[in-house]
Write a protein that binds this ligand. Structure first.
Ligand code: M6R
Length: 369
């Protein structure tokens, strides 16, 4: 039931504040993250983990890439993020102090399932982040942290993505607590940031009309580029994936720092480029670098669409369009910056008369290789 919305995707995008709130529910007690599902490992076992390998495909893998920054920063454990289909055919080195964290909305993605089985056979501990109760991947894992985003029907993953990041951040904060890598004050502060996200996503959704207008102007685009840095990099990749799968437009995401190493050659007059800009307050060291990237592409004629924090005045002179997101600590910006990119892809596909719930050639869950 679309509940009055024009598509399941429109409904699911709008449900994102609840998806995150439901994933957090019951897992934060007196401002402290406690994940009951991890209790059986014992805090000592979690404290002994030397390395984490995240395995996933598609949008779930981008959630993993975002989480890498948070887990390494908070829990001080090295994290590798791998596509399940590359991981399982590569003879990866796994030891019994390696934790394999799988991420899957459906819990049925064949390559991720096989990667989990491989990891367990190699002696690693496997924890899954999954949105579907009782699915195969959680059954094959040592433990599961369910996202409670509710059923996701549209092929393009949206609310499951933000719920995955929320669950991964809960995991990271739990790990940081048992490993003693963040002070109590820091734990409380980051947890409060996480709890504020549902409301900030709701505020971000208010940009819907502006994004629709932008999308309507851009229906003839032949290629769209996305740039991001730090946690904005996987969001650039996710923005590009959404546009490919929904609007059938060639789209690429790049790390902004790579621009001079090749991608800037693509810039010609009129080329649309979305830029996810880090906060000038929270990321004072990165913000000017991204602004300078914007100047470089603008000087070559790019049409620049900026996703920036409310009040970021430095981007204004160089942007053709600015989409604002509410203030958040740097690691939490992806949960907000992704929303306009989801809306953009959905609105552009709609303007082209395409079926946003069931794009061509795609299945909701990829249960074959
Ligand atoms: O069910 P899963 O999370 O394992 O699915 C992974 C990907 O197939 C999925 O995220 C896919 O990339 C989506 N269509 C993206 O919108």
């Amino acid at each position: 039931d679309k509940g009055g919305w024009s598509s399941f995707m429109a409904k699911e995008v709008s449900e994102q504040p609840d998806a995150v709130a439901n994933t957090l529910r019951g897992r934060i007690v007196d401002g402290v993250v406690v994940i009951p599902e991890l209790a059986e490992f014992g805090d000592d076992a979690l404290a002994r983990i030397r390395r984490i390998v995240i395995i996933a495909c598609g949008t779930a893998a981008y959630a993993g890439q975002v989480a890498k920054y948070a887990i390494e920063k908070w829990a001080k454990v090295p994290v590798d993020v791998e596509l399940s289909h590359e991981f399982r055919y590569r003879d990866p080195v796994l030891e019994n102090d390696t934790l394999v964290l799988s991420i899957s909305q459906s819990g049925e993605t064949m390559d991720t399932l096989m990667a989990v089985k491989y990891a367990r056979e190699a002696g690693a501990v496997a924890i899954s982040i999954c949105n579907t109760q009782g699915a195969t991947i959680p059954r094959e894992s040592n433990a599961v942290i369910y996202t409670h985003a509710g059923p996701e029907v549209a092929v393009a993953s949206t609310k499951a993505f933000v719920a995955q990041i929320a669950a991964l951040y809960l995991f990271a904060l739990h790990l940081a607590r048992v490993r003693g890598t963040l002070s109590s004050a820091e734990l409380l502060e980051q947890t409060a940031e996480l709890q504020a996200i549902p409301e900030k996503i709701a505020t971000t959704l208010l940009q819907g009309d502006a994004v629709r207008q932008l999308a309507t102007w851009m229906t003839d685009s032949r290629a769209v580029l996305f740039l991001g840095r730090h946690v904005g990099f996987p969001i650039a990749l996710e923005g590009a994936l959404k546009l490919k799968e929904l609007a059938y437009i060639h789209a690429e995401g790049f790390a902004a720092g790579e621009l001079k190493h090749g991608p800037i050659a693509l810039i010609e007059p009129g080329q649309p480029v979305f830029v996810v800009v880090p906060s000038p307050r929270g990321s004072a060291h990165l913000h000017p670098k991204v602004v300078s990237n914007i100047q470089e592409i603008r000087a070559r004629g790019a049409r620049v669409i900026v996703i920036a924090e409310q009040g970021d005045a430095a981007v204004l002179p160089f942007a053709d369009t600015v989409i604002h997101i509410p203030l958040a600590a740097p690691l939490f910006e992806p949960l907000l910056a992704v929303v306009p990119l989801q809306l953009f892809a959905m609105e552009l596909a709609t303007a082209k008369g395409l079926d946003v719930d069931q794009p061509r050639n795609l299945a909701k869950s990829v249960t074959v290789e």
